[in-house]
Design a protein around this ligand. Structure first.
Ligand code: SF4
Length: 355
């Protein structure tokens, strides 16, 4: 069987593969069938719905939980990979982010990730031959300006940096990440079918799965490759499954929408210069679906009972909500919350969470 977009490396379906270098992928032809896939995505997307995949939930971002004083809490109607991971990591963290919608401060790492994603997306606006590293690096300042306009809260990251030294260092780090990408993939030989694609699918149970896929490549044969950029380092092999969860989630959404199982899932780690690939099979996606449904049941039970247990781990060090967490001597807000129903729309685009 041929590989996605001309990748001719041997592979074993169902086996994770770490590679130091991603295969070059020839430009997709005009016969690319992904357009048909996309139309399905867009038909099934919720117009104006909140973007699902920002790991942090900025104040004002829309979520699906409906919470009214004195009334039972209605469980959120959808799951993104980030929110599913939140619940698996710590149910109380999920509550703080989705139900309480507690604001979180932007971090330098997460904001740098957002910036790098924006640069890699915009680079494909240029003709293939002009997608060079210098050009990509030159996009960084402009995309940073744009980010400050669309997310004014990121300005506070450098409020105590009057001479701009820290900002200059931070921008240089973003440029270095962008440059490293050119050692992993060759954008002059790529013609993505989609970039930053919002996808949403409803399972038979009524659970909606949603997310934003960084890049979709489609081979002339119609085979689909889903690509996600990470600005952090690749996980150790024993943690690879956790890293692939998000990709299998997306693969499940694509499968449910189009009845096509993506040929390849590809994680590009700019922090360490690694590429992790996985060729999913039907059983993988069925397993992920069962897992998500079980997770959904657990979330519904927690919503009904108000039993959102903290689950302390090493990751608590990165949690913005220790002041509200009993594990750290804090008190969660009252539950159900004295707030109104969450609304859709008006949420922030892009991703601000750690990756
Ligand atoms: S501090 Fe740790 S245990 Fe508490 S809410 Fe955050 S992640 Fe959960």
């Amino acid at each position: 069987m041929s590989m996605v977009c001309g990748d001719r490396r041997p592979f074993r379906p169902g086996t994770p593969v770490s590679t130091p270098h991603s295969p070059s992928v020839p430009a997709c032809t005009s016969q690319c069938q992904w357009r048909a896939v996309r139309s399905v995505f867009m038909e099934t997307s919720t117009e104006g719905a909140a973007p699902p995949d920002s790991s942090a939930v900025p104040a004002g971002a829309a979520v699906d939980a409906v919470v009214v004083t004195g009334a039972p809490v209605i469980p959120p109607a959808s799951l993104s990979p980030s929110r599913a991971s939140d619940f698996m990591q710590c149910p109380l963290l999920y509550r703080f982010r989705v139900i309480d919608r507690l604001p979180e401060k932007p971090s330098e790492a997460a904001t740098r990730g957002t910036l790098v994603h924006a640069v890699l997306e915009r680079l494909f606006d240029a003709p293939a031959a002009e997608r060079t590293a210098p050009r990509a690096k030159a996009l960084v300042p402009g995309q940073w300006d744009r980010l400050r306009e669309t997310r004014p809260e990121v300005v506070e990251l450098f409020a105590d940096d009057p001479d701009g030294e820290r900002l200059a260092r931070w921008l240089a780090e973003a440029e270095a990440l962008v440059e490293r990408w050119f050692g992993l993939e060759d954008p002059t030989r790529l013609e993505p079918a989609e970039r930053e694609l919002f996808v949403e699918a409803e399972l038979e149970s009524g659970l909606r799965l949603r997310g934003i896929i960084d890049r979709v490549d489609v081979a002339p044969t119609g085979e689909v490759r889903i690509v996600d950029y990470k600005t952090g380092k690749a996980p150790r092999p024993e943690y690879a499954e956790g890293a692939l969860f998000q990709m299998k989630f997306y693969a499940l959404v694509v499968w449910r929408l189009k009845q096509v199982i993506p040929r390849r899932l590809q994680l590009v780690y700019l922090g360490s210069g690694d590429v992790l690939t996985y060729d999913p099979v039907r059983a993988d996606l069925e397993r992920v679906e069962r897992k998500l449904l079980a997770l959904w049941d657990a979330i519904r039970r927690a919503t009904e009972t108000g039993d959102w247990r903290p689950r302390p781990t090493k990751l608590c060090g990165w949690c913005d909500h220790q002041a509200h967490c009993p594990e750290f001597g804090g008190t969660p807000p009252p539950y159900p919350l004295p707030v109104r129903a969450a609304e859709s729309g008006g949420g922030h685009q892009g991703r601000m969470g750690p990756d």
